[in-house]
Design a protein around this ligand. Structure first.
Ligand code: 26Y
Length: 811
C-alpha cells in the first residue's frame, strides 16, 4: 500500500467520521488517537495475515518467548516508525493542526512488567519482527500493570495502574481461540491396553482467553504476534442457574476468584513471592500458551515426534518453568506418547535464560501447596526428579548423597524451579559475560559440571529503534545525515561515527542536541516537580528499580558529602550538577522505601538552601517507567551504573544511556564490563572493587564497616546526620538505613566503595570541564553502542539456541 500525506489526511478524516461519528474540528485527542491507530491497523493487518499465512505455508520453525512480563510502553509512535510512516504522518497531522506528540501523550503505557526482564522481552519482540525471526510473545494480560507510584510527603505511595481504562486499540480479543486451564482436583490412575492412564477429576476450569497484539517489524512487512491471556470463568460454571437459589452473591464471588488470576502483576522483582496466586498465574500462562501452540502445530500436519523441529519455547527466567511438565503432560496424556518420547521432545524444545544470581529471587514452591493446586503436574515433576536423581547416581555421583540432594529438583519439601528449568531444557544462558561466568563457577556450578555444553552466554541488548530512533529523533537525524542510514538495519555500523570524534563541528552539533534534550527534560521537571534546574549543569542520572544492591545510597552519600563540603566552605570547587533519580520500590520492601524518603528529604533540604547557590539540585521523578525513560535518557550526561560488583546480572539501562551519548559511571559489574570493552577504558569512568576483590573480601569475612565509619570523617558525618536531627523527619525515621550499614555490616559494600566513588565523581567533573574531551567521549559511546542492539542479541539466540535459518540480507 503506497501512502502519502494527502491520503493519510483523508483517511484520518474519514476514520473519524465512520468510526467515531465526529468531524475533525470537534474531535478530541482521544478521538484522533483512536482514528490514527485504527487506520494504522488497516496498514498492519494485511501484513499480519500474510506473515501468518507464510509461516504455515512454509512450515517455518516458530519461537515462542514465554514471559510473565512484557513491558511494552506505548505502541503508537513505535508502530509508525516501524511501518515507515512516522514522518509523513506527523506532517499530515500538522496540516490538520494536530501535534503527534500530544496524541502520543493520550496513550497509556502498557506496563506489564517490573523492570529489566520485562523490558528485555519487549525489546526482543521488536527485534524478532525486525530481523525476520518468526517469533511470538506469550504472556498474561494483567488488568493492572505495575502500580503507579506517587510521592506523598517524600514517601512512595502505590496506586493501581488502570491502563485498560480506555479501550486498548492494539489488541484483538480472540474468544474463539480460548483454552481451558485446570486447577485442583485429583488424579485417578487406570490401566488401559497395558498402559497407565491418568484421569484428572474434580478440577476447576479457567478459561484462558487470548488477546493478540501485532508486532510490527521495521519496514519489512513482517508482523509477529504478542499473545496475552486473560482469565475468565467458564460460562456454564458461572451460569446463575447452576448456583442454587439464594447463591446469587456466591456466583459473583466465584467469577471474581477465577478472574483474579490475571488481575494484577506481582510487583516484586527479586523477593520471592511464593504465593498461591502467583503459582496459579505461572501455570495459567504455560498451560494456555502450550495448548495454543499445540493447535497451531496441528495445522502443519507434521508428526508429533518432530515437534521440536518446528517449535522452540524459550522461558524468560524460571517463572514459566512449568512449561517443562506441562509439555510432558500434553504429550503423554493428550497425545499418548510414552515418557521417553515425550521427554526427548520436551528437552529439545525448551531453552531457559537466567536473569539473576541473587538467591532471594530463585523460585521455590512448597510441595503441599503445589500438589493440591496442580496434582498431575506434581506427579510429572516427581517423576522427572526421580529419573534425574537416579541418573546422577548411576553416572557421575554414585553414592554421593550430598551432591544428589543439592542438585535434586525436589528437596526439603520444596520444588526448585531453576533445577527444573535446567534439567528440562537444552540450553541455559546468562545475560552478560560476567554473569554467565558466575553461574558456571558458583550459583549453578553443579549443573555446569554435569551439563557443560548446555551453558552459554547471550549478552543483553536493547532496541535501538525505541531507544534511539524513537526517543532521540534529533540525534537520529544527525547520524543519518553524517553516515547514512545503513546503521538502522545493522547497528554496528554506528562505528562510522568514530571518524568524527574530534571534529569540532560535529562535536558542537552533538552538544546542541544534548542541550535541547536537557532543556526539554528541565521543562518536564518544572511541570512535574516544581523544581527549576539548570540545563547548563551536569545531568547526572540514576534511574532503575530501587534496590540495595543497585546502591542508590552510594549516590546519595556522595551528594551529602558535596553538600556538607559546600556548607563548610562556600568556595568549595564544584561544577553545577543536577542529580536525577527515578524508580519504584517493591511495596513490601521497607529499606528501599526508606531510601526514597531519604532522597526526597535530602532534595528538599538541598534545593532550598540558598547558601549553596543552586550548585546542586536533586530531583526524584515519580512513576519511572518506559515513557518517562524515553524523556530522561536522551538528556543524560552521566549514567549511574553503580551496583555492588557481581550483583547486577547485566543491566540494560546502561546500554540505553550509552547509545544516547551519556558517559557511564560504573562498577565492573554485569554488562558495564562489556560496555567498557566496547568503548575502551578512556571513555568510561570505573570505580570500586572488582569481582576478584569483592569475592575475596566477601569470603574472608574480614569486612568491617564500623572501621570505615570511624576512620573516614566524611562517612562519619553523613551517617550521624542520618541518625540525629539533621533532617527534619520523625525520630528514628531513617535509622534503618544507619543500622543496615553499621549494625548489619553494610551487606552491599556502600561504605567500602565510597572513597573510590568520590574520586570517580571528581574525575567525571574534570572531564566535563574539558569540553572537547567530553564530547569526544560522548561520540565514542554512541559510535560503539551498536553491538548492544537487541538485534544482535536476538540474532545470537536465533542461530545459537533456537537453530533457525534466517533468510535476511543483513544478519
Ligand atoms: C520471582 C519473582 C519475585 C521475580 C520477578 C521478577 C524475580 C525476578 C524478577 C525480575 C528480574 C529482573 O528484572 N532481572 C533483571 O533482568 C535484566 C534483563 O536480563 C538484567 O539486565 C538485570 O540485571 C536483572 O536484574
Amino acid at each position: 500500500m503506497r501512502l502519502n500525506k494527502d491520503r493519510i489526511k483523508r483517511d484520518i478524516i474519514k476514520e473519524l467520521q465512520t468510526e467515531r461519528a465526529i468531524n475533525i474540528d470537534e474531535a478530541s485527542k482521544l478521538d484522533i488517537y483512536y482514528a490514527l491507530s485504527s487506520l494504522m491497523k488497516n496498514y498492519i493487518y494485511e501484513n499480519w495475515l500474510k506473515t501468518n499465512r507464510q509461516y504455515i505455508r512454509n512450515s517455518e520453525k516458530q519461537v515462542y518467548y514465554f514471559s510473565m512480563e512484557f513491558l511494552m510502553g506505548k505502541l503508537l509512535v513505535s508502530n509508525l516508525i516501524n511501518i515507515g510512516i512516522k514522518d509523513i504522518c506527523q506532517e499530515a497531522l500538522k496540516e490538520l493542526n494536530i501535534d503527534l506528540n500530544e496524541i502520543e501523550e493520550i496513550e497509556k503505557d502498557q506496563g506489564l512488567g517490573n523492570g529489566g526482564l520485562g523490558r528485555l522481552a519487549a525489546c526482543f519482540m521488536d527485534s524478532m519482527a525486525s530481523i525476520g525471526v518468526p517469533g511470538h510473545g506469550c504472556g498474561i494480560r494483567y488488568s493492572y500493570g505495575l502500580f503507579e507510584q506517587k510521592i506523598v510527603d517524600g514517601y512512595q505511595v502505590e496506586f493501581p495502574d488502570k491502563w485498560l481504562q480506555n479501550e486498548n486499540p492494539w489488541e484483538i480479543k480472540r474468544k474463539e481461540k480460548s483454552v481451558k486451564v485446570k486447577f485442583g482436583g485429583n488424579v485417578r490412575v487406570i490401566e488401559e491396553d497395558g498402559r497407565l492412564k491418568f484421569i484428572h477429576e474434580n478440577y476447576e476450569s479457567v478459561l484462558a482467553v487470548p488477546y493478540d497484539t501485532p508486532l510490527v517489524g521495521y519496514k519489512n512487512k513482517r508482523v509477529n504476534t504478542l499473545r496475552l491471556f486473560s482469565a475468565e470463568a467458564m460460562e456454564q460454571d458461572f451460569d446463575f442457574s447452576n448456583f442454587s437459589r439464594g447463591k446469587y452473591i456466591e456466583a459473583f464471588e466465584y467469577k471474581h476468584s477465577i478472574e483474579s488470576i490475571s488481575q494484577v502483576l506481582y510487583p516484586d522483582d527479586a523477593l520471592e513471592a511464593g504465593r498461591n496466586l502467583r503459582l496459579k498465574q505461572e501455570y495459567f500462562l504455560v498451560s494456555a500458551g502450550i495448548q495454543s501452540i499445540m493447535r497451531t502445530f496441528k495445522k502443519l500436519k507434521k508428526p508429533i515426534e518432530d515437534f521440536h523441529e518446528y517449535i522452540a519455547i524459550h522461558i524468560n527466567d524460571t517463572h514459566p518453568a512449568l512449561a517443562v511438565p506441562e509439555l510432558m503432560r500434553i504429550l503423554m496424556d493428550e497425545e499418548n506418547l510414552g515418557w521417553d518420547e515425550a521427554w526427548n521432545i520436551t528437552a529439545n524444545t525448551i531453552s531457559y535464560t537466567n536473569h539473576t544470581i541473587m538467591s532471594e529471587a530463585l523460585e521455590k514452591w512448597d510441595v503441599e501447596m503445589f500438589k493440591s493446586l496442580l496434582p498431575r503436574i506434581y506427579m510429572i515433576i516427581s517423576e522427572i526428579n526421580e529419573r534425574f536423581c537416579r541418573e546422577l547416581w548411576n553416572t557421575k555421583y554414585y553414592g554421593d548423597f550430598d551432591k544428589i540432594s543439592q542438585m535434586a529438583i525436589i528437596a526439603h519439601n520444596q520444588i526448585r524451579m531453576a533445577h527444573l528449568a535446567i534439567v528440562g531444557s537444552y540450553s541455559v544462558n546468562g545475560v552478560a559475560k560476567l554473569h554467565t561466568e558466575l553461574l558456571k563457577k558458583q550459583e549453578l556450578k553443579d549443573f555446569y559440571d554435569y551439563y557443560p555444553y548446555r551453558f552459554n552466554n547471550k549478552t543483553n541488548g536493547i532496541s535501538h529503534r525505541r531507544w534511539l530512533i524513537k526517543s532521540n529523533p534529533k540525534l537520529t537525524e544527525l547520524i543519518n545525515e553524517t553516515i547514512g542510514r545503513d546503521w538502522i538495519n545493522l547497528p554496528t555500523k554506528l562505528r562510522k561515527l568514530l571518524k568524527y570524534r574530534n571534529d569540532p563541528a560535529f562535536q558542537e552539533r552533538i552538544y546542541q542536541i544534548k542541550q535541547n534534550n536537557k532543556i526539554k527534560l528541565s521543562n518536564i521537571i518544572r511541570e512535574k516537580n516544581g523544581i527549576d534546574v539548570d540545563p547548563g549543569s551536569i545531568f547526572d542520572i540514576h534511574v532503575k528499580r530501587l534496590h540495595e544492591y543497585k546502591r542508590q545510597l552510594l549516590n546519595v552519600f556522595h551528594i551529602m558529602y558535596l553538600y556538607n563540603s559546600l556548607r563548610e566552605n562556600p568556595h568549595f570547587d564544584i561544577y553545577p550538577r543536577t542529580f536525577i533519580f527515578g524508580g519504584k520500590a517493591a511495596p513490601s520492601y521497607n529499606m528501599a522505601k526508606q531510601i526514597i524518603k531519604l532522597i526526597n528529604t535530602l532534595a528538599d533540604k538541598v534545593n532550598n538552601d540558598s547558601r549553596i547557590k543552586d550548585k546542586i539540585k536533586i530531583v526524584f521523578m515519580e512513576n519511572y517507567g518506559v515513557s518517562l525513560a524515553e524523556d530522561i535518557i536522551p538528556a543524560a550526561n552521566v549514567s549511574q551504573q553503580i551496583s555492588t560488583t557481581t550483583k547486577e546480572a547485566s543491566g540494560t539501562g546502561n546500554m540505553k544511556f550509552m547509545m544516547n551519548g551519556a558517559i557511564t559511571l560504573a562498577t565492573l559489574d554485569g554488562a558495564n564490563i562489556d560496555i567498557k570493552n566496547a568503548v575502551g577504558e578512556e571513555n568510561i569512568v570505573v570505580f570500586g572493587l572488582n569481582e576478584k576483590e569483592f569475592l575475596e573480601l566477601y569470603r574472608s569475612g574480614s569486612y568491617n564497616s564500623m572501621e570505615l565509619y570511624n576512620n573516614d570523617i566524611r562517612l562519619k558525618t553523613i551517617l550521624n546526620q542520618l541518625k540525629g536531627g539533621f533532617f527534619s523527619v520523625k525520630k528514628d525515621e531513617l535509622s534503618i538505613i544507619y543500622d543496615s550499614l553499621i549494625k548489619h555490616n553494610d551487606e552491599f559494600f556502600v561504605l567500602k566503595d565510597f572513597d573510590s566513588y568520590v574520586k570517580a565523581q571528581k574525575k567525571i567533573e574534570n572531564l566535563y570541564r574539558n569540553k572537547p574531551k567530553w564530547r569526544e567521549m560522548s561520540i565514542v559511546n554512541i559510535g560503539s553502542s551498536g553491538v548492544f542492539s537487541s538485534d544482535r542479541t536476538v540474532y545470537e539466540y536465533a542461530t545459537g539456541i533456537w537453530k533457525m535459518n534466517l533468510h535476511n540480507g543483513y544478519y
